[in-house]
Design a protein around this ligand. Structure first.
Ligand code: SF4
Ligand code: FES
Length: 224
């Protein structure tokens, strides 16, 4: 028996799992990330049928369009739906690699099938990073989108995001103290305005990013 076969299986993905079971599991999960199953239902069924074959073979629903390494830790990134790991890139191309999932606002998923354009570097994308209820007034929170770390802050019912990295010595700003709109770095106390990332130290501002509230989530606009 291979190491893959020895891995515990999620209950839902036991023998006898059907395409409908996969849809029932995946659709709500993907919805919280701003995605839905492609509107091309035949294509969806084909991809999920492939995933069921892979499930029978390996014990998990790995992506049919990605190569497995055999290392469960590394391959965990391509267990479907893999959206959280590729959130920024997928937001830019408005679908997952193969198009099983499309962004919530794409009306005709068929138009994106077969489109393999690499997203343009620097393109602006919006990604959901946190539930509104997970950030209380006066609190901050560290989130990661793509390769970048952000500090979210809530002042009353206004939400802000700045880089999580202090310019002084790379302190984690989300661990700092928020007073009004000022966030003090936890390491040496430099203070940043969460509305625009400015600080009173010369040439030491951090980037600020727009935050939008949608469907109970905070969506961050960031660059690839
Ligand atoms: S690229 Fe699409 S099909 Fe492949 S694992 Fe990710 S979500 Fe699933
Ligand atoms: S690292 Fe932030 S003030 Fe020093």
């Amino acid at each position: 028996m291979s190491a893959d076969h020895a891995r515990p299986r999620r209950r839902l993905f036991a023998e006898g799992t059907t395409i409908e079971d996969l849809k029932t599991y995946m659709a709500p999960f993907a919805a919280t990330l701003g995605y839905k199953l492609n509107t091309e239902s035949e294509f969806v069924d084909e991809v999920l049928a492939s995933e069921l074959e892979i499930l029978a073979d390996t014990g998990d629903v790995y992506c049919p369009c990605r190569v497995r390494t055999g290392d469960p830790k590394e391959d965990a990134m391509i267990v479907c739906p893999c959206i959280p790991f590729h959130m920024v890139q997928f937001a830019a191309i408005r679908k997952c690699w193969c198009g099983l999932f499309i962004r919530y606002d794409v009306e005709d998923g068929g138009e994106l099938l077969g489109v393999i354009d690499e997203p343009e570097l620097g393109a602006q994308v919006e990604v959901p990073v946190c539930r509104v209820n997970d950030l209380a007034p006066g609190q901050t929170k560290h989130v990661k989108a793509g390769k970048t770390d952000y500090a979210l802050a809530r002042v009353g019912d206004e939400f802000y995001a700045i880089s999580n990295v202090c310019v002084h010595a790379f302190g984690p700003l989300a661990d700092g103290v928020l007073e009004g709109h000022e966030l003090a770095c936890p390491w040496h106390g430099w203070r940043y305005d969460v509305r625009d990332g400015t600080t009173n130290h010369p040439d030491a501002d951090v980037a600020a990013y727009p935050v939008t509230v949608r469907h109970g989530y905070l969506w961050l606009t960031c660059a690839l």
